[in-house]
Design a protein around this ligand. Structure first.
Ligand code: SF4
Ligand code: SF4
Length: 486
């Protein structure tokens, strides 16, 4: 290769320059579905912290609350304590399996419809259309030099984005404290600094990710598309351009292009590209930029209606369907691919974990007991020959009301117990105490038993709730006698 040849080589580009995307407004079945899902998801997000739930005078009345200060998670009628974190793990496992289920059945439907990045980007794009106009007007404005009109439009649009972004960050902190109180404190400047910091960070991330980075997040930052490609198989529904039907494509209507057999149905109108929120051309095949939002299906169906050709040139299809249709064979309808062994296994697993968790939550005891034996001294020899051991007993009351409980000895023949507030003279086989609402009460408990016996004897401490609801728990522990130290 000669020197001039080398000089003429184009410079090596490691990164492709970003192409601005100006998605065109579209209406259709999938667009309306996206509207509906956007309305539901945003309503759930913004409204949930304001729903009240009566749990009595001893517990917060917010339906969904992550109470970090008291280490509790409230969700309507369910209260999760720190030692029950496995329920949260169970919910996360269910969310994971749910995503596997959705992906194996309908591809990246999560990305296309319900992912927060998609929902907020979609919302911001609607604001953009409202302020700047549709695709062509946006392109014109983008190319126009900066002047008062362009600056005014930009500032107006960014202000609306900022308000939405602030509402988003603001709604998030209401999940972690009583929403009405925090809202008042926030406005009057009396909220904790961490609340302002969290709102600021979430406002800026929503503003930047939803307003400016948009599809770049899906294509370059999010790991989910890479994982999803490993979860798709030949029976997963994905948005597909049926090239066997559309090619060879040519611009213009068929009647202007010559006989039918020479041309496919695609008239190269680029409507599918214009409406795509990630700016890709689905006719180039499945690609990581496709979030399966199906807006290109809406666009192409309208074109097919206009040129009097059957809908579905771009459609939800499986690889298996594509191969059958390409061979001119009849393919099963798309819905048949939703019910197959793989999706049924995911669904069964998901439902089994959900049912097991519901059963565990419904039957769990709302009290428990834990005992820790004193190690120094392990025992005390009493004047009458009996031996005394000391314990720290923790009684947990997980209900939002004080509860009377009986703590009793199980086993340890001849043994009696009393608390630090009682005395040996009044000691018996059990003791009754009241545990405050929604708390753990620590009791100093002493147990005395005859000096003759095993050096280390196992026995139980049982707790039983004395109200109508009832409930019981027990813990096994040891009683030491002097012989154990010889
Ligand atoms: S919208 Fe349909 S007809 Fe138009 S370019 Fe896309 S695939 Fe071809
Ligand atoms: S190619 Fe179609 S389905 Fe994929 S992101 Fe673009 S519009 Fe949505």
């Amino acid at each position: 290769m000669s020197a001039p040849d080398i000089l003429e080589d184009p410079p090596l580009q490691l990164y492709e320059k970003r192409k601005s995307v100006f998605p065109q407004k579209i209406d259709g079945t999938f667009r309306r579905l996206k509207w509906a899902i956007m309305a539901v998801t945003l309503t759930i997000y913004y409204v949930t912290p304001w729903i009240r739930w009566d749990r009595g005078p001893y517990a917060p009345d917010q339906a969904v609350l992550v109470d970090l200060a008291n280490r509790r998670f409230f969700m309507f009628g369910i209260e999760i304590w720190p030692h029950e974190f496995y329920y949260v793990v169970g919910l996360l496992v269910m969310a994971g399996i749910g995503l596997f289920l959705v992906t194996s059945a309908v591809g990246r439907a999560w990305c296309g419809y319900a992912c927060p990045q998609t929902v907020w980007t979609d919302l911001f794009q609607h604001i953009e259309r409202w302020v700047d106009g549709d695709r062509n007007a946006q392109i014109r404005l983008q190319k126009a030099p900066w002047g008062p009109a362009k600056i005014a439009r930009r500032l107006f649009k960014w202000s609306i984005w900022l308000v939405i972004a602030m509402a988003t960050g603001g709604a998030w902190i209401f999940y972690f404290a009583d929403a009405p109180t925090l809202a008042r404190d926030f406005v009057t400047g009396e909220a904790a600094p961490v609340a302002y910091g969290t709102v600021f960070v979430l406002t800026m991330t929503t503003f930047v990710l939803g307003g400016f980075m948009r599809e770049q997040v899906c294509i370059y930052m999010c790991p989910w598309p890479r994982i999803q490609s490993a979860m798709l198989d030949e029976k997963s529904l994905i948005v597909t351009y049926k090239d066997w039907r559309g090619e060879p494509r040519a611009k213009g209507l068929k009647k202007q292009r010559g006989p039918d057999e020479l041309w496919g149905d695609c008239i190269d109108c680029l409507q599918c590209v214009s409406v795509c929120p990630t700016g890709i051309d689905i006719r180039e095949g499945p690609q990581i930029g496709c979030i399966t939002c199906a807006l290109c299906i809406d666009a192409c169906d309208r074109v097919m209606d206009k040129i009097d050709r059957p809908r579905g040139l771009i459609d939800y299809t499986t690889l298996e369907q594509q191969q059958l249709e390409e061979q001119g064979k009849e393919a099963p309808p798309a819905w048949r691919y939703l019910v197959r062994p793989r999706t049924l296994i995911y669904l069964t697993l998901w439902a089994a974990i959900g049912l097991a968790m519901l059963f565990a939550v419904g039957t769990r005891s709302r009290i428990d007991i834990g005992a820790l034996q004193d190690r120094n001294p392990p025992y005390v020899q009493l004047a009458d020959g009996a031996v005394r051991n000391g314990y720290t007993v923790k009684l947990r009351n997980m209900q939002a009301r004080p509860r009377e409980m009986r703590v009793s000895l199980v086993g340890l023949e001849g043994g009696v117990l009393w608390t630090s507030e009682g005395s040996r003279e009044l000691a018996d086989r059990d003791v009754v105490t009241t545990v405050p609402a929604d708390s753990v009460q620590a009791l100093r408990v002493f147990v005395a038993a005859p000096g003759e016996g095993a050096e280390r004897e196992a026995f139980g401490l049982a707790v039983e709730a004395l109200d109508d609801e009832g409930g019981a728990d027990s813990d096994e522990i040891y009683f030491d006698r002097p012989e154990t130290r010889r």
